[in-house]
Design a protein around this ligand. Sequence first.
Ligand SMILES: [Fe+2]
Length: 632
Amino acid sequence: MVSRISLLAAMVASAVAASAVAAPRWVRLAVPAETPESAEVISWNTDGTPDANTVEYGIAQNALDKSASGKSFTAKGKLGIVHEVTLTGLQPDTKYFYRVGGAGDWSSVRSFRTAPKAGCGPVKFIASGDHRSDDSAGPNPKWASILGEMHASGAQFIIETGDLVKDGDDINQWYNHMEMAQAKSGEIALMPSFGNHDTDNVKGATAAYNQIWSLPHNDAANNEDFYCFSYGHAVFCALSTATHNDAAGLAMQAKWLDKELTKHADKTWKFVFFHHPVHTSYIDLKFLDLNHPPNEVKQNEHFVPVFDKHHVDVVFAGHNHFYERFAPMKGGAPVGSPKDGTVYITTGGAGAFTYDEIDVLGFKIEPMKVICAEGILGMSGKAKGSQVCSGKHHFIEVDLNGGEFKAIVRSTAAQNFGTADKNKGVIETVTLSKAFAAPQNCGTSGSGGDAGATDAGSTADAGTADAGSAPDASTSDLQVADATAPDTAAAPDTASALDAPTAPDTATTPDTATTPDTATTPDTATAPDTATAPDAALAPDVATGQDADAVAADADTAAGTQPDTKTGGTVQDLSGGNLGPLDAGGGTSTGTATSKPAGGDSGCSGRRGVSNTGWFAALVLAGWIARRRVSA
Ligand SMILES: [Fe+2]
């Protein structure tokens, strides 16, 4: 009898265990290659028998009245079974609820929103990079918090510039990554590019990276290592500088990219993202690199001509753990306008230790001052065309609204030495504008669902109905602002206000109506950029004829004394002072008050140079970097 009871107990325990491990986990989204207005890719993992590949979905949370099935395959080690289902026939710009699994093992109900028809509505996405850990945990412990902020923005997807884990050949790290992300991964799609830390020494379908994410396919290498996808009136292309990164592989990708961008020539906005930066400020001490150099895998000669040929609007990279934005570049040199070149941005601050201020033996060491400053004790790290740098953990929130691109670079609550809401802020806001003609067949706007998590962070701009408004093409087409709103919830409107002088269509841009100084604001295209842009990156500024240093000083003074007319209060300049010439000008014109934390200017301008730490600081910094440099 005892043995029968034991056997029965063992059977029950086994059944319970089998049921538990078969439950769906790590539910996640991906954007399909071409039809995000009518399709969504959903993946999840299970252990055990792969007998349930079903998604139930609908536009009401309590009425999942449709279902779809997909495929499954056995992935590496403890990744278990990967399930992939592509929903099709969806309505554009519509919120859907769904659950995954089957046979009694269902996930909780999650939601996503389909893309608008091309040009028929705004698009919000996040750009970020390097959320790997500094040890062998996989994702950085900060990643959950940072991902939560990204999700709260209401963005539909994230483009990631690579290095999601520390060691891609360690399945435990990918496991940890998915565990940490699963609270949000089912509601905001992650579209990664291959970082050097992500590889497990194989390419294509056998790589853990590719087994986890259900990415679009390329027809050049016949894998998912690099890919393009359309979203609304934009195209996004991820390249791999971690695989296929020898001369032949890079040439292959360049040829493929040329074909893809030709195919998507009708898109208003073109973005490319990958890991190793084309342009970056960089300190080479001969015996030690303080950070990663530009063109590290020799990709530029292959990629840049294609970017220039197709006039890619923005190229995002990572690898260096900071934020840096360049003036529009073409052929490796700054040009006067984004009409003529591509804006390059490094965004490598979503988790791994960043180059923010540190305290060493009582000395404040600001790595960004050294890396992005000019002529400091013989060291000059600032790259030609570099405009703004920040060592803060951050991500970039981008709104595409017709012919306007607005990027709000947000510092996150999680920073190197702690997590607190007071760390949230705006490093800068960048606005690009171009002519845009709305399509005629947009029909009615999207629908579905309530204002759930996916909608929580929607900005006022995102809800405007004037996505198709044709801007005045004669207006300035690149503006930046040191939008220093301290709170992410309030930041979008504040940033819009600061951008008001550059809004392409004031008649249809609600924020402009509240901007008091539009009429008197000088064209920020002629802001005192000469202070830190001696390379004529913004040629029109030279016309001001002012002494560069004097202009900078004036701007600093003005920025520090003007009342904050937008918010009615003091706001924090998270850049640590001046973010650069355009920001100084923006602060002057908009009357934004800034309170500068101790440490002063940590922008790229280098107007003040390294403060008082000198060579000792540099050597301590070198030692610090040497310890932190764990990248291959
Ligand atoms: Fe890297």
